[in-house]
Design a protein around this ligand. Structure first.
Ligand code: C2E
Ligand code: MG
Ligand code: MG
Ligand code: MG
Length: 286
């Protein structure tokens, strides 16, 4: 038929072909393939977490790491979250993937303590859907209990889009997470709806200054003004700040000048596989 496009499916076998209506564009095809792939990836344990060091600005001390998911795809190699997290969110699979991430990250932080003899914190990204599902505290409590991680060593990164909803249930969930002793930060701060009112209502601990403001800090006066303002506001509210996307010493020195509390970025390390993060930590002599 003329209106049918042929699509060779890698995953369903060598000589199988799937037929899609032409109206179904490449995106949709990719989406369907991705979805079934993601489902299988969960079962086949193809997801891995990499860990990017987070350091204290003043002392240079290693504080912990952010856990960042990758998909170790049998054909494609390492697939980055930008390519599959949006599909996982649209299809609802993010809830299950998120549960796995939480559990895996907590287990790894326990391992750091066992191997290094010192506490390091792990930061985990949460998606809005994990909140909408309404049982986020339960999932977190289960991960902590199953792994034995001290709640104070877990940080959850929320996005402004989660907090902007400002429903009673989200407010209650955040309150309960805080009561458990978990730390909360706002990821990509400054790029969302930028309603500051939620800073008043939600007890967060830290603002993560988005890398789009950090990258050109040394050469862009507007970025510098925004970063300074965020840091000042955060400190006035009793919040800490971490800059993400710190790629060179020039930026680091400026952030220090502005009294930013913590830093994360390629200047220190890229996100590292678990074993390499441990080596990084050991090398730092923490
Ligand atoms: P994010 O949480 O803002 O993570 C920071 C991203 O910036 C990471 O990309 C990291 O590799 C990258 N990055 C760190 N330092 C630098 C730097 O100095 N320069 C540059 N150019 N980039 C740097 P990645 O790992 O590709 O993650 C992208 C996004 O995917 C994350 O943004 C986060 O929103 C999402 N994500 C990652 N893991 C998870 C997860 O487990 N669950 C959920 N829901 N989302 C995740
Ligand atoms: Mg993050
Ligand atoms: Mg971020
Ligand atoms: Mg980001």
């Amino acid at each position: 038929k003329a209106d049918m496009a042929m699509y060779r499916s890698k995953e369903s076998g060598r000589n199988t072909y799937r037929f899609f209506n032409e109206e179904m564009n490449d995106d949709a095809v990719a989406q369907v393939t991705l979805f079934s792939g993601l489902r299988r990836a969960l079962d086949a344990r193809q997801f891995v977490l990499h860990y990017q060091p987070q350091l204290e600005m003043g002392s240079g001390r290693l504080l912990g790491a952010e856990a960042l998911i990758r998909w170790n795809h049998p054909d494609l190699g390492l697939v980055y979250p930008g390519r599959f997290i949006p599909v996982a969110e649209e299809t609802g699979l993010i809830a299950e993937i998120g549960d796995w991430v939480l559990h895996e990250a907590c287990a790894e932080a326990v391992e750091w303590r066992r191997v290094l003899g010192q506490d390091l914190a792990v930061a985990v990204n949460l998606s809005a859907l994990q909140f909408k599902r309404g049982d986020i505290e339960k999932t977190v409590a289960e991960a902590l209990e199953a792994t034995g991680l001290d709640p104070s060593m877990l940080e959850l990164e929320l996005t402004e889009s989660i907090l902007i909803r400002d429903t009673e249930s989200i407010l209650a969930a955040v309150k309960r997470l805080k009561l458990m002793g978990i730390r909360l930060s706002i990821d990509d701060f400054g790029t969302g709806y930028s309603s500051l009112s939620y800073l008043k209502r939600f007890e967060v601990d830290k603002l993560k200054i988005d890398q789009s403001f950090v990258r050109d800090l040394a050469h862009n006066p507007e970025d510098a003004a925004i970063v300074r303002a965020i840091i000042q506001m955060a400190h006035s509210l009793g919040l800490k700040t971490i800059a993400e996307g710190v790629e060179n010493k020039e930026v680091l020195d400026l952030l220090r000048l502005y009294r930013c509390d913590e830093a994360q970025g390629y200047h220190f390390a890229r996100p590292l596989p678990a074993d390499r993060f441990l080596a990084f930590a050991a090398e730092r002599g923490i």
